[in-house]
Ligand binder design. Structure first.
Ligand SMILES: [Zn+2]
Ligand SMILES: [Zn+2]
Length: 284
């Protein structure tokens, strides 16, 4: 298995400019992030949240993962999970069960402790799905959990993943991803989130911000109750941004994408937000 370096970043020292360092390594290949799913639901071509980093790392594992070939599935070594909601983790059980016999090393699932505890208790609990951290045996399992703390950075062959604050109905994080040239921030599912903007405003070379807007304005009450954003709240949140990344909107509710994006443009047009699309690629 690849050597994984864990770096600790003390968030209490989070003054401006202390974000993940951009270390440009001459000749180093840019990392690629491809969208496998970015919808709030399913139906037709819609897939739920999953981002593929190069060919070996996932950020969330929604239904979009199932579109990958068997060979591509077997190459995935690491999954960074934002939170335990099914639209973000549903493919992990199928993935590990499908490829375990093709792999020599465990699939590593990263999450904050609360998220890993939920996955252990409610998903890989022998009732919904077998506990693959005990199969074939606990010493050499097909799957491993690895805790990440908010503010902590995990480096995998030059690619850095930092868990960042989220504000959702269950324990959740977003991720800041730092490549050799640029950074991308993915909010995960979140409502109003001042911690996010601290990170956004202190991340050097921030090129892309992927932020959720799960509901349209008429569903503002539902957005607040379920701790998501609607376009008006998105605009209020973006007012806190002092960086100038390209902004992409994710987690649109099926059937309301056009309406929500119209409202996003009306409320937050000055940031020129665009809809995130399946198979879209980012280079960092
Ligand atoms: Zn959620
Ligand atoms: Zn979600």
């Amino acid at each position: 298995m690849d050597r994984v370096t864990v770096l600790h970043r003390d968030r209490s020292e989070g003054h401006a400019g202390s974000g993940p360092e951009a270390s440009v390594v001459p000749g180093q290949q840019a990392m690629k992030i491809r969208v496998l799913g970015c919808s709030g639901g399913i139906g037709g071509a819609l897939r739920t949240t999953a981002l593929l980093v190069d060919d070996d790392i996932l950020i969330d594992a929604g239904t979009g993962v199932g579109d990958l070939s068997l060979e591509s599935l077997a190459r995935i070594d690491h999954i960074f999970v934002t939170h335990s909601h099914l639209d973000h983790v549903t493919s992990i059980p199928f993935l590990v069960d499908t490829v375990c016999w093709m792999r020599a090393s465990p699939l590593v699932v990263y999450g904050i402790k609360e998220v890993l505890d939920i996955l252990k208790a409610h998903l890989f609990n022998w009732k919904i799905w077998p506990d693959f951290t005990q199969i074939p045996d606990a010493d050499k399992p097909f799957m491993q959990y690895r805790e990440i703390k908010v503010g902590e950075t995990i480096e995998i062959r030059g690619r850095k993943f930092t868990a960042i604050p989220a504000n959702h109905t269950v324990p959740a994080v977003g991720y800041s991803v730092q490549g050799s040239r640029n950074a991308l921030i993915f909010t995960g599912d979140t409502c109003i989130n001042d911690g996010l903007w601290k990170v956004v405003n202190s991340t050097r070379n921030l090129k892309y911000l992927i932020i959720e807007t799960a509901f349209s304005n008429k569903e503002r009450d539902i957005a607040i109750a379920s701790k998501h954003l609607c376009p008006q709240m998105l605009a209020e949140e973006l007012e806190k941004m002092r960086a100038e990344p390209e902004v992409f909107i994710t987690h649109l509710k099926p059937g309301e994408g056009a309406l929500t994006m119209k409202e996003v443009t009306q409320a937050a047009g000055r940031w020129r937000p665009r809809m995130l699309e399946n198979n879209q690629e980012f280079s960092l």
